[in-house]
Design a protein around this ligand. Structure first.
Ligand SMILES: CCCCC/C=C\C/C=C\C/C=C\CCC(=O)SCCNC(=O)CCNC(=O)[C@H](O)C(C)(C)COP(=O)(O)OP(=O)(O)OC[C@H]1O[C@@H](n2cnc3c(N)ncnc32)[C@H](O)[C@@H]1OP(=O)(O)O
Ligand SMILES: Cc1cc2nc3c(=O)[nH]c(=O)nc-3n(C[C@H](O)[C@H](O)[C@H](O)COP(=O)(O)OP(=O)(O)OC[C@H]3O[C@@H](n4cnc5c(N)ncnc54)[C@H](O)[C@@H]3O)c2cc1C
Length: 701
């Protein structure tokens, strides 16, 4: 094949796809073809992009939340993508020590950019996100600083926040212990007040009291907010946060009485192993009294405990904040996986070739659509519920600052429940995206294995997902039990209409009848209300409510999921009631909203049927409508993932490349693997050749 033959290959998209494997063979066999030259600059997804029925630039803004948010995020994404210091392709191949050093280097480079370019806190947050490497800085900015902001007095904030924000100290959040994580009141580390010296003595009395897991603790932090049992005058006064210095600010060595280190390798290559999750023990370490975070309770010089008007639950406030950010992160992680799987599904062809024509794009298989499009719709749904949750949190924060604590229980229930719902779904969704990409999805260069490994602990950290749903259940049970005399508000307002929600059944008669926001919301409200009320009725049969709660906990978790799904569906619908500019943007989002809702209805039809709200026929009509909706998503699929505006650097996936130039890049990447540095593998002469050369004496073989 001559050069003219090669240039012919670039003429049509389908021809190129057919000939890619041939080209690769030629190169491998030493024919010297320059694949880079032949394939680069071609957009293999351009035909797909032409199918869009909406204004992609406007959708990018809808996804980002505003033009300003879009521009800011776009600027930071490009800053990172264009800086070779943030290369991450080799990360999964690094040993742990190199990995951590590399992460420290990136964090330092990121901080230099933040300082040199005078980035705002918001810009810095996006910069760290796009660097896309879990690091001690996540916990410093994401938990240590918020803990001081939320639980410190004005004086404490004035002292510690400037140091932390200039990174003159590095902090982490040391709550979990070897023996207890979920049960915070079961923590064993003690902080005993010594009135003689006006100090607290921090101590780890047992092996199980060792702090275990805190990110950034293992190697980087100089300080920690340590959660410990406050003991004053020999009595226990609950768990509180204390700012404790762990390492010297000169040479970083642990201070006397402090034993600190890393807890070891975690799931996956690269992935969360860039984080130094740590172990920490105290041997009677003394800290000044004013290092107890004292917004909720104060210990006086004389050793008196003073309670402020602030509820005790505010000690858990940092978790409310972080759970809210985790919901926003879920939409990022899911959209990333979906972007990879959608683009690759349009490139990948299997079967269906007629008369030598191209095979079918796997995205056109209905089964592929029924697995992929609900994930795409969920990414948008989580994005919008995350936006709403951020608003809710900001509102609560303002109220807390003005000593109005009335909305804290709802904020706790919403953040706990939505954190659980979105992270569980996203973790499963990333794995589904890997399967949607077939064998190539299992390659590290697809980006999916590392994304999965880095993401799955989100189901555990910041509260085990089942434990959190049980918190939602307590909130629901309380709401139901108070219905007779207290009007439910906020996300439980629908319970105020419990009588009609229990009585009226679904009125939908046709598949088109499901394209009605009122019908959809009523279905989810009825299901959630009926499940919660049913749990309430069951609980009432127990003399001991705690015993009943434990016995019914699996059903209570189901009721919590129904309530949380209702929130996501309602917030998506509410979003669509706003003005959303751009040709076809609102209509396309409406399709996704119905996909999300009807997919859930189909998946959980057992609930809807068992509560008596739906008939089997109505459930089946919903499924008919869902199939029609998938056809409406299909032409917009690629541009819907383009609207996330992810750079190739952030995606970190050959399968998800913007230009769809998958096969040559996969091929190229394989040759970059260190194993291919030589033709004869290390160890061949010691371990393989002797086998090949052996002269077997046994008759059997
Ligand atoms: C890739 C880079 C990402 C970058 C992101 C940036 C930052 C960080 C991101 C990632 C995170 C990385 C690491 C994660 C860090 C952690 O994991 S920190 C440790 C988190 N630990 C937990 O979440 C522990 C879970 N357990 C609990 O939250 C509680 O103990 C409990 C289970 C909820 C309560 O237990 P219980 O014994 O029943 O209750 P207690 O007596 O303690 O309190 C009961 C009352 O308090 C209310 N309540 C509970 N929690 C909260 C809260 N958070 N806010 C407000 N109120 C709360 C509860 O409703 C009860 O109220 P009543 O009115 O009495 O009913
Ligand atoms: C990657 C990672 C990073 C972390 N970072 C930090 C950090 O920075 N700082 C920090 O302090 N901690 C951190 N943690 C710890 C984390 O917050 C805890 O692991 C988490 O809260 C879960 O607690 P646990 O490990 O005690 O789980 P457990 O509570 O032991 O859970 C084990 C099982 O028991 C079940 N279970 C527990 N209680 C109940 C119940 N009441 N009813 C029914 N089932 C129950 C759970 O559902 C689960 O299936 C991190 C953890 C990970 C994995």
């Amino acid at each position: 094949m001559g050069l003219s033959g090669i240039s012919l290959l670039t003429t049509t998209y389908s021809l190129i796809l057919q000939h890619q494997s041939l080209l690769l063979c030629l190169r491998a066999k030493g024919f010297g073809l320059d694949l880079k030259k032949d394939m680069e600059g071609v957009d293999y997804l351009s035909d797909e992009r032409k199918k869009a029925q909406f204004d992609v630039e406007a959708m990018k803004i809808a996804w980002a939340g505003s033009l300003e948010a879009f521009q800011l995020s776009d600027r930071m994404a490009k800053l990172v993508a264009n800086d070779p210091a943030f290369e991450k392709f080799t990360r999964p191949m690094l040993g742990r020590k190199e990995l951590i050093k590399n992460t420290l280097r990136k964090a330092a480079h990121g901080w230099k950019l933040i300082v040199d370019l005078r980035l705002t806190e918001e810009e810095a947050k996006w910069l760290r996100l796009y660097i896309d490497e879990p690091a001690y800085t996540d916990l410093h900015w994401g938990m240590f600083i918020p803990a001081i902001e939320g639980q410190g007095t004005e004086e404490q904030k004035k002292k510690w926040l400037p140091l932390a924000k200039k990174m003159q100290i590095i902090g982490c959040y040391a709550q979990t212990e070897l023996g207890h994580g979920s049960n915070v009141q079961g923590l064993e580390t003690t902080a005993t007040f010594d009135p003689q010296t006006d100090e607290f003595i921090m101590h780890s009395p047992t092996l199980t009291s060792s702090k275990w897991w805190p990110g950034g603790l293992g190697k980087a932090s100089t300080h920690a907010v340590v959660y410990a049992r406050l003991i004053v005058g020999g009595e226990f006064h609950g768990v509180h946060g204390f700012i404790v210095q762990l390492r010297s600010l000169d040479d970083h060595s642990p201070l006397p009485g402090v034993t600190v280190g890393d807890i070891g390798m975690k799931f996956g290559n690269g992935a969360y192993n860039t984080m130094d999750n740590g172990v920490l023990r105290f041997d009677h370490v003394r800290i000044p009294r004013d290092q107890m975070l004292m917004r909720v309770s104060q210990v006086t010089r004389e050793g008196k405990i003073m309670q402020s008007d602030v509820p005790r639950q505010l000690i858990y406030g940092t978790m409310v904040y972080v759970r809210q950010t985790i919901v926003a992160d879920a939409s990022k992680a899911l959209s990333r996986a979906v972007c990879i799987a959608t683009r690759y599904s349009a490139i990948r062809r299997q079967f269906g070739s007629r008369n030598g024509g191209p095979e079918t794009q796997v995205i056109d298989y209905k089964t592929q659509q029924s697995r992929l499009f609900p994930l795409l719709a969920s990414a948008y749904a989580f994005r919008f519920v995350g936006e709403w949750l951020k608003w809710l949190y900001t509102d609560v924060k303002e109220r807390l600052a003005a000593n109005d604590f009335s909305t804290l229980p709802e904020a706790h229930a919403c953040t706990a429940g939505l954190k659980s719902l979105t992270t569980s779904f996203t973790a499963d969704g990333i794995e589904e995206c890997r399967k949607l990409c077939g064998g190539h999805g299992y390659l590290v260069s697809s980006g999916l294995p590392e994304l999965f490994a880095v993401y799955i602990p989100a189901c555990t950290y910041e509260g085990d997902n089942v434990v959190l749903l049980l918190q939602v259940a307590r909130f629901l049970v309380k709401t139901v039990s108070e219905l007779g005399y207290k009007k439910p508000v906020g996300t439980t307002a629908y319970m105020g209409r419990v009588a009609s929600l229990m009585q009226n059944n679904c009125a939908v008669q046709t598949a088109e009848g499901w394209l009605n926001p009122g019908a959809v919301v009523e279905a989810f409200e009825s299901r959630a209300a009926r499940m919660a009320v049913r749990c309430g009725q069951q609980l009432a049969k127990y003399e001991n409510p705690e015993e009943g709660f434990a016995e019914l906990s699996a059903d209570l978790v189901e009721a919590s999921i129904a309530h949380c799904q209702l929130i996501v569906v309602s917030k998506f619908i509410e979003k669509l009631q706003q003005d959303i500019p751009g040709k076809g943007v609102k209509q396309t989002l409406e399709v996704l909203c119905y996909v999300y809702a009807l997919f859930l209805l189909h998946k959980h039809q057992g609930d809807f049927l068992a509560t008596g709200y739906l008939t089997p026929k109505q459930a089946s009509l919903a499924n008919d409508q869902l199939r029609t909706l998938y056809s409406k998503v299909r032409p917009n699929a690629i541009t819907l993932v383009d609207s996330f505006n992810y750079t190739d650097h952030y995606l970190g996936s050959i399968l998800g490349r913007y230009d769809g130039n998958v096969y040559p890049k996969l091929y190229e990447a394989a040759w970059k693997d260190p194993l291919n540095d030589s033709d004869v593998v290390d160890g061949f002469y010691e371990y393989v050749q002797p086998i090949l050369k052996q002269k077997l004496r046994t008759a059997k073989l």
